[in-house]
Structure formats: C-alpha cells, structure tokens
Ligand binder design. Structure first.
Ligand code: OGA
Ligand code: NI
Length: 353
C-alpha cells in the first residue's frame, strides 16, 4: 500500500469513523498487518507473566521484602514488565478513573476538540486521534488524550467529575510508582531512594494518558499503537475489561491478561539508560479487537524535565563498565523521541555512546 498522507484525510476521531454504520472493512489509511505467527502461546510457561505482590514490599517481613527484591532483578533483566497486585489503590478509584475517561471520550467531537493543542510535549493537556496526524504514515485505530499531572497538576474541565478523580488517582499511582522505584533501586544494590533522588522525582514528570480503541471490523489489519518503548522510568497501566496490550518477550508478542485490579507495569527508557542496559525498557504495542471498545490509561512516571539522564556512575563503577549511552536532558530526550524521524524506531539508536 502506498503511504497515504494523513493530512489529506479529515479524521476527527476514530470513534466517529468506527461508529459509522457503513464501515465493514478497515479504511486503507489504517492498513497495518499483524502477523499471527509472531504471537506467543499464553499457556506456555515460558510466557507466564511475572506478578509482584506489592503488599509484601511494604508490610511483609524483611525476608519477604528481600525475596521480592531478589526476584525483581530477573524480572527487570528478562522482561522489563510485571503485574503489580495488592498495591493499595482502591478498585473503586481505578474504575472511577476509567469511567471519567469514558465520559470524556463520549463527548461530541466538537467539545473534545476544545482540548486540542500544539505538539509541545509539555502542553498541559492534549487530545487527538492516531499519534500525530501531520506525520503518521499509517493511521492508528485510537483516540487519546494526555494530561500533565505532576509536578503541577492539570486537569480536563470536562466531564465535571474528572478533576477530583484524576487528582486522587494520580497521587495514589505516584505512591505505587515510587515504591516500585525504591524496590528497583535496592535490586541494583543501591540505596532505596537512589532513583528518586538521582532522577529528581520530587519534580518528576507524570502524565495521565488515556487511549480509546473502538471495535474494529478487521482487527488483524489495524493497530492501536505500534511497537514502541515509553520514554520515562516506569509506566503503570490499567484498562477496562478488554485486553489488547502486548509485550515483546523472547521474540514473540504476548497479550497481557491479568488480574483485573492489578497494574500492568513496564520499565521505560530512562531505567534502561540509568542501568546502562542491565534493565530493559520493554517493547510493547496495543492491538484492537472487533467486540467492544477498549479503554486503557497509561501513567508514565519520569525524571524532572531538567534532569541530565545518563548511566548511574555508581553502577558503572560496580560493574566496571563504560557508559553505553550519551547523557542528555530528559526534555530533549522526549523531544527526540516525539520528533517524527523516530516514528516506529527506537530512540536508543540516537544516543548510543
Ligand atoms: C501507551 C501504551 C498500551 C495500551 O499509551 O504508551 O503503550 O494497552 N498503551 O493501551
Ligand atoms: Ni507505551
């Protein structure tokens, strides 16, 4: 298929495209082939997704905590992904957050467009469809919005409940993310607050990024979000009752299917850079389905935007290694990742030392 210049198409939202009664196949601008042979068998023990019981990190015995921290080494090296359970965030709050996002996506297109903005990564909020209509060669079967919730808290002003729910949800997920960074610091043989302090997480960039994937008539011929890694340190993700997230493991794509009230946790680029490649920023993507709308909410947690990111000197010394990545400031890294030239390519290629 010849790439269709997206800007020639006037797509307001994939929601409205998908709701059109005449739609029986994927419009050519969205054509993307998924190879079913690349998918992992979820019943194969090799693909059993690691589960981390967070309650044992915080209220378990010292032995239980050190066992989990020990397990985390392997999980972070081999997977870069796990499901966090017993994390303390109430199920009602998680559901309330999904409902509030659903409420937003259900607004008429004209009302959602009030939240459109420029392409600066540090906008307060941004609503759109696909990824970047001006650059995308293949359109993505998703609408999205992103809101910056830390260090300053911003919110959508519609629907009415959004601000209150998102403030509480952002605060509680932040606590979970910080607990995870403490455990990961320890798993590296560092002080628990090492990552928090080195990455200036008291001013860390946290976003709330919601995705809306309506049913698709030919799910194997479209993609929600193509393969990518996230730019921060660690991303937490929740979804409504539909699956769709796939993580790459041992060369296969594995659909993540897990406890409904768990957080899907993926390590992101800054964790790989900080650990000089020891821990893995997992490649992942979002597929679509032909049954029901899927909503996911990703909550990426990163360093402060002015942090100089580079492999941790303490780890380089301990492992006797030279840095594999050049240093750069986090904001520049995000801009590099989001500039169209990296579309579907790894940002790491640009920062090898
Ligand atoms: C993301 C992402 C996956 C999903 O928003 O960065 O990877 O399942 N989302 O929606
Ligand atoms: Ni992602």
């Amino acid at each position: 298929m010849a790439p269709v210049a997206a800007q020639t198409m006037d797509v307001k939202s994939i929601k409205s495209v998908a709701e059109s009664p005449a739609l029986s196949s994927v419009p050519s601008a969205y054509d993307f082939n998924i190879n079913p042979n690349d998918e992992a068998d979820p019943n194969d023990p090799e693909f059993a997704i690691p589960i981390v019981d967070m309650s044992l990190l915080t209220s378990g015995s010292p032995d239980q905590r050190s066992k989990i921290i020990h397990d985390l080494v392997k999980i972070c090296e081999e997977w870069g992904f796990f499901i966090a359970i017993n994390h303390g965030v109430p199920e009602s709050l998680m559901k309330g957050m999904i409902d509030a996002c659903h409420g937003f996506f259900s607004l008429p297109d004209e009302e959602k467009e009030e939240f459109k903005s420029g392409n600066d990564v540090l906008e307060m909020f941004k609503y759109g469809t696909s990824y970047n209509l001006a650059l995308d060669k293949v359109l993505l079967w998703r609408d999205f919005f992103k809101v910056r919730v830390h260090p300053e808290f911003y919110s959508l002003y519609k629907p009415a409940c959004f601000s209150e729910v998102s403030m509480e949800f952002s605060k509680r997920t932040r606590e979970v993310a910080l607990e995870i960074t403490r455990a990961i610091s320890e798993s590296l043989g560092l002080e628990p607050n090492y990552i928090h302090d080195a990455m200036n997480m008291d001013r860390g960039l946290q976003m709330l990024a919601a995705n809306y994937y309506p049913p698709c008539p030919q799910p194997e011929h479209a993609i929600g979000i193509p393969h990518h890694t996230d730019h921060g340190l660690v991303t937490l993700l929740i979804q409504n009752e539909m699956n769709g997230l796939q993580v790459e493991h041992n060369g296969k794509w594995l659909t993540v299917n897990g406890p409904a009230n768990g957080f899907f946790v993926n390590l992101a680029d800054q964790m790989q850079i900080l650990t000089n490649g020891k821990y893995k920023s997992v490649m992942h993507r979002a597929t679509v389905n032909n049954k029901a709308t899927r909503i996911s909410i990703a909550i990426p947690h990163g360093p402060s935007v002015d942090t100089l990111i580079a492999p941790a000197p303490e780890l380089l010394e301990k492992e006797g290694q030279a840095p594999k990545y050049i240093g750069m400031n986090y904001k520049e890294y995000i801009q590099l990742q989001q500039s169209g030239k990296n579309y579907m390519k790894s940002t790491f290629d640009h920062i090898l030392a």
